[in-house]
Structure formats: structure tokens, C-alpha cells
Design a protein. Structure first.
Length: 334
């Protein structure tokens, strides 16, 4: 006789969407194609004005569709958490899509490690058409997921993660004050509360890169991440061990923001954030400038791109920044 397999968890897959009609069907169908079948799909339409609902009509009898006025992805995800019936929650942005074993592989880790609150995984960057660009395997750089590593490296991508719903409720869900870095804020607060996390050493989701994705939001993303850092370090229950690395965490975060702004075409604001990083730099002026350049080259390499350092160093804004660091910046620390 065949052995009956009882699925241990109902998984609630929450798909927030806003004007992503060209991608939403692929997202939904990628859930239907999962090898793990004990799930529900909750689509929270955050006030779309395109033809999202028309595209979803053939699926409405099989998904839980919620329409709300436009309030942002944090509110949309929180609405999904509120109505979810599953013990486990998987988020899927409407422009991303799961690979077939995503749910099964992550649920298996929850089954064998009941203390876990988060299971994270790798992701595949694809272009707007779904053509693969590169696989991202963050555990090679960040083997352990704890409060310190979340702070230092911030390897957060909701579509690649799975959460125990009880933890999402306990932490109060996503904070709408920090778009589009509300996901990093959530994970930091969860880690601070003691939520255990581990890696699934597999690529489980395709993360679509296109002009409307969070990766290209430039100034809002930069300012939001900086605000998340300010908020986190203002919390009264941050442990002493984390206080001791605050300056280094702030420095590295501001340098990453500077690179991110450069990569998204905001050189003026790049200069602003690198100047802020100087206040936390553990290096002397010349060493700091060298670290900025080396960090930029590394960040580009991690994204599968090369930086023309010689061309970069000749930019007028960079020349002015170096002059500031060696004069005004140096005097500011005396």
C-alpha cells in the first residue's frame, strides 16, 4: 500500500501587488506549480489602476483576493498576515516568481527545526523578461543568521523567505514608516526579539530586475535604510554587544548606501551619504577614501558588474569629495 504523506503545515502565500498586471499571473501560477500543495494564496491588491483584476479573473475562485486603497506594501502585507490561516507565511512580490520546490524545501526545515521563526534562501536575479542574470547565494558571505549578521550584511529579500506567522504577529508586522526598507526593519526587530533563523542552501525564487522594482528606487531606498538604522539603534533593548559594533555597522551601511546611490544615478546624494559615513569611519582620511573605492568595486562585483575605477576617480564630484575628506572632514574630527 502507498504511504500517505500528511502535509504538516498550511502555508499562506501572500502576494502584495500594485500595478503589476504584466507579472501577477506568473507569480500566482508559480505557486500553483509547487511540489508542496498544502497552501492558500492571498493576493492583496494595493489600489492598482491597471488591469490586474482582469488578469486575475480566471483565478478568483481559487485565491483570496483583497482590494484596498493604495497604502503601500507594508500595509498590504500586514493585511495578508491578518487574514492568513496558515501557521507559516511565505511572501511573494508580484513581479517575482517561485521555483517549484520552494515551499517544500523550506517547510521541511521548519518540520525538523521547530524553534525556527525564519527560513531564508538564495535567489536568482532575472531581467524583466525572466532571463537569468545570476544566482545569489548569501550564505557564502553570511553563514549564520543572527542579529549581528542581519545588521552587518542585511541579506533580506521577502520573496526568498518564509516566516512563522506567530512571530509576525508578535513583532507587529511591517512598519509602514520605512518604505521600501520595511522588510529590513522587520527582520531586525524579529532578530532583536530572539527569532531564530537559518539558511536553506538553495535558490528558490526568481527576483525580477526592472525599472519599477525596489532595487531601482534610489533616494527613497537610501533614506529609508538610513532611517531604519536610526530607529533600530534608538531602541532601548539593543544589547551591549551590538552597541559595541554600532559605529562600524553605521559606517558600512552608509558606504553601501553611497554605492547604491551611485549605481542608481544619484552622485550628489552619494557624496552626502559618504560624508555622513566619515563620522563613523574607523580609518584615517586617505584610508577611508581607499576603503570607499574598494567597497564600491566589491559591491559592483557582487552584482555581476565591473567598476571602471580610473574613470570613477576622475569624476568631478569624486575629486571634490576627496578634497573634503582630506580638509573639511579631517578638521571636523579634531
Amino acid at each position: 500500500m502507498p504511504v500517505l504523506t500528511i502535509n504538516p503545515f498550511l502555508v499562506s502565500v501572500i502576494i502584495p501587488t500594485y500595478n503589476a498586471s504584466q507579472y501577477i499571473v506568473q507569480a500566482v501560477e508559480s505557486v500553483w506549480q509547487q511540489t508542496y500543495q498544502n497552501y492558500e494564496i492571498i493576493v492583496v491588491d494595493d489600489g492598482s489602476t491597471d488591469d490586474t483584476v482582469e488578469r486575475l479573473k480566471p483565478y478568483l475562485n481559487h485565491i483570496y483576493y483583497i482590494y484596498q486603497s493604495n497604502q503601500g506594501v507594508a500595509v498590504a502585507r500586514n493585511r495578508g498576515i491578518e487574514v492568513a490561516k496558515g501557521e507559516i507565511v511565505a511572501f511573494l512580490d508580484a513581479d517575482d516568481y517561485f521555483l517549484p520546490d520552494k515551499l517544500a524545501a523550506q517547510v521541511a526545515l521548519f518540520s525538523t527545526q521547530p524553534s525556527l521563526g525564519i527560513v531564508h534562501s538564495g535567489w536568482r536575479r532575472v531581467d524583466r523578461h525572466g532571463t537569468p542574470l545570476m544566482d545569489v547565494t548569501p550564505w557564502e558571505k553570511v553563514p549564520q543568521l543572527n542579529l549581528e549578521s542581519w545588521l552587518r550584511w542585511k541579506p533580506v529579500l521577502p520573496s526568498a523567505m518564509m516566516f512563522k506567522r506567530e512571530w509576525l504577529i508578535k513583532v507587529g508586522g511591517f512598519d509602514k514608516r520605512f518604505p521600501p526598507a520595511e522588510d529590513t526593519d522587520l527582520v531586525l526587530r524579529l532578530a532583536l526579539m530572539g527569532c531564530e533563523a537559518c539558511w536553506l542552501l538553495e535558490v528558490t525564487v526568481c527576483y525580477r530586475q526592472h525599472p519599477g522594482s525596489a532595487m531601482y528606487k534610489g533616494l527613497p531606498q537610501a533614506r529609508s535604510l538610513a532611517a531604519v538604522m536610526d530607529n533600530f539603534f534608538s531602541l532601548p533593548d539593543v544589547p551591549v554587544s551590538i552597541r559595541l559594533i554600532e559605529k562600524r555597522v553605521r559606517y558600512n551601511t552608509l558606504v553601501w548606501i553611497g554605492w547604491y546611490l551611485h549605481s542608481t544615478g544619484h552622485p550628489k546624494e552619494m557624496v552626502e551619504f559618504l560624508q555622513k559615513s566619515w563620522d563613523y569611519s574607523p580609518y584615517r582620511p586617505v584610508e577611508t577614501v581607499i576603503n570607499w573605492v574598494e567597497s564600491f568595486a566589491q559591491f559592483y562585483q557582487e552584482r555581476g558588474e565591473e567598476m571602471d575605477a580610473q574613470k570613477f576617480l576622475k569624476k568631478r564630484y569624486w575629486q571634490k569629495l576627496m578634497h573634503w575628506t582630506l580638509t573639511v572632514g579631517l578638521n571636523s574630527k579634531k
